[in-house]
Design a protein around this ligand. Sequence first.
Ligand SMILES: C[S@@+](CC[C@H](N)C(=O)[O-])C[C@H]1O[C@@H](n2cnc3c(N)ncnc32)[C@H](O)[C@@H]1O
Length: 461
Amino acid sequence: MERDTVAQSIRDRWTVGDTEDDQCDRIPQSRSNRDVADPATHLTRDPAHVPEQITYISPPPGASFSDTDFILVSLPPSTHPSASLHGQTSCLLRGGAYKHILATPGFPCAPTFPSSSSPVYIIAPSRHGLGLGMFATCDLEIGAHILTERPLTVTPTTIRMPVFAAELDRSNVRGEERRKAIMGEWERRFLDPVFNGMGKEEKEAFAGLANCHAEGECGMVLGVIRTNGFEVEGVREDEEDEGVDGEGGEYAGVCRDMCRANHRSFAIQFNLHSCSPSADRLFDVPSFSFQLRATRFIKAGEEISVSYCTVLDPAVERQSYLTSYGFTCTCTACLPPTHASDTRRALLRSSIDEIDDTFDEWLADPLLADDFVLKSSLRWIRVIEKEGLEASDVYRHHLHALVRACVALGDEEGVMRYGRTLGLWWLGQSGREDMLKMGDVKYLRGRPDWGMRVWEEHVEE
Ligand SMILES: C[S@@+](CC[C@H](N)C(=O)[O-])C[C@H]1O[C@@H](n2cnc3c(N)ncnc32)[C@H](O)[C@@H]1O
């Protein structure tokens, strides 16, 4: 799966009522920077059986249910020891997703990286007037673990109520009124029970989160989910699906602390562009928890930011996602008139396609300078760092090219330098500690491509 940034974007596609045929919609979710499929395509999944109510509440082990049934359940099971230690999530899941979770190897287990007893962050008013925000209490290196959190809720990002929609049609309810009616009904039938299923303390935490849709457009529960939902990666209806039709995620999670992280639209360093997060999150199904990690060095006291949008997208598209959150991004990369940053981001995106060809050409051609690949990728890395896009997948691609080049040259120092950063990138993005081996000379020396481009010196006798 290609990830432009692990700070999965929060994206709102609440478009019910755009066409009379629309019977489902999408609520906000943090995505992996992939486009969201037309909700209509999702409607074909199982036209025969579309429950319009919650079908089961906490089914006992072994209960049978269909893939499309709606199940209200607390996860992990309250009997599991880690549930009391790390909290529980009030979930609304389709049967297929629930089966998928239950079948995940290791589920339910305690989080691998539990939050520290002395947190490395505090929640405090943002200095940029964005409400509350999350601040580092100490210096955080790239890859540093910031927190692990069980979401308060996990709910579907699409839902379908064809019978209810047909009733509206019969009553000639159209346009905005129809859209609001569907949202209201969705909330009443599906989301309010999720809220009611939470404990007192969790309810208070949820209701206290930001809600930029408070002005009567929808109720509190839907408003909070729309303002705070992060994509719950890895929770899906079946094995083949990576989100809806291989695109956006199917479930949104709301967290007590992680949802206080604002979208980055402020520069912390002179000449550093924004729409460029300093942290990113991932969801771990076995422990049913999110992890937040630094994607670049964060100084003590600095506001920790995530991205609500796809950072390599053009500014206009980024802005259109952000309107759902009730603000316009005023960062240097978003503001007209130059949009020079758009050009840089587009070039960065396309630079990925050239990496392999450049590398193969260099490997085969002894006339090319030894630092041919290094120079090329280092040039892109300077652009990435200037744009503040270290969380982006493009950074990983170029770091990887540098490591491969150093391996081919048998350059131990280079391998340690770039491999370490690459390993930390992986740690920051996916929690994979095993990738730290990318900075381990002993490991890399054992690879067949070590010293592959060291040409034998031809010494005249
Ligand atoms: C997920 S919440 C973030 C935490 C929030 N600031 C709070 O007080 O809880 C999203 C909301 O925060 C605000 N926000 C986040 N990033 C922002 C930004 N870059 N500019 C303006 N408002 C922002 C918007 O009101 C948005 O709807």
